[in-house]
Design a protein around this ligand. Sequence first.
Ligand code: NAD
Ligand code: UD1
Length: 335
Amino acid sequence: MKILVTGGLGYIGSHVVVELQNEGFEVVIIDNLSNSTIDVLKGIKAITNKQPIFEKLDLRDKISVTDFFNTHEDINSIIHFAASKAVGESVEKPLLYYENNLSPLVNILQELQNKKASNFIFSSSCTVYGQADTLPITESAPIKPAESPYGNTKQVGEEIIRDTCKVEPNLNAIALRYFNPIGAHETGNIGELPLGTPQNLVPFITQTGIGKRDQLSVFGNDYPTEDGTCIRDYIHVVDLAKAHVSALKRLVNQDNDYNFEIFNIGTGKGSSVLEVINAFEEVSNQKLNYKIVGRREGDVIAAYADTTKANTVLGWKSELNLKEALLSAWKWENK
Ligand code: NAD
Ligand code: UD1
């Protein structure tokens, strides 16, 4: 079965392509290389011994999207990653984010209207919960006002899919709300490639560890948590990738209960910033240069997933722990 993976040369998409190929799916990637490089294809081939089909295409271009679906009439299943993801940049350039994160979504859903049956998986985020009132966070927790245009694109993206599913009974969709993806493939052939200074914790840690950055700033140690630093649910990107395969199989086998379903994808375990640093020091066998600085605006205190729904309904569970994830990130950084 042929699966379209948009943004398939990106960080999460490339790991999903590997898992799909390992499971025998044929993959077609669309990517405009705005935040990735063509070399990722080599990394995927090195792991799976198979080269996915690749089309360089900008999904904002409606005509190209229509042409693509006309050429690949046999594609009915799509995993949609393509989007811009830098939270800070989205505050500076909101229209770029609304255009790039929403127009590809609309363009693809419009093409699926012509199909007798189609399956669609959307990359959503735990950012939709903001600071949840209760922990761990279940899928029924209220959606909080978005802190950034990026966060808003995930909320609106889910609404676009929900509204479309109401009128398109042939469309079956799943939104996966990722908690904090980290790590890389165990081979070190694919991983996260942040452009410029990393905004996220783990790439900043590994770049400091290897000497590309002088010092990690820990944003605040006066939060109401055990050690005063914020808590997140860090999930190994390979576990996250496998969740996509489980979601896809659910749709392909028509096992879904509703034509739009939502699942949290995390480990269910929260770790503080200092715990992540300690775990990194252990797996890399070196001290990390860090200092405590003031809080970062917009940070929530604590977020970790209740994964019961994914565990029981999707039949998926994370298998790798924080240290394994950090070791893989460190291996990738070294490579
Ligand atoms: P990424 O930037 O590594 O991958 C996205 C890919 O999409 C890139 O290869 C980029 O070139 C491509 N792309 C962007 N706009 C495109 C367009 N208009 N047409 C074609 N290709 C385009 O990001 P990622 O970390 O792999 O994230 C994938 C998805 O998961 C995104 O939707 C992101 O918002 C979501 N998500 C990511 C995280 C995270 O922490 N990484 C967390 C929650 C949700
Ligand atoms: C980020 C995104 C969010 C997305 C989530 C899941 C931002 C602002 N938000 O949030 O939209 O849904 O990932 O992928 O980017 N930290 C430091 N020093 C650093 C970097 C981070 O102390 O240099 C701390 C942060 O304060 C936070 C934790 O590390 O407590 C994790 O930060 P980060 O990796 O940026 O993830 P989120 O804040 O969860």
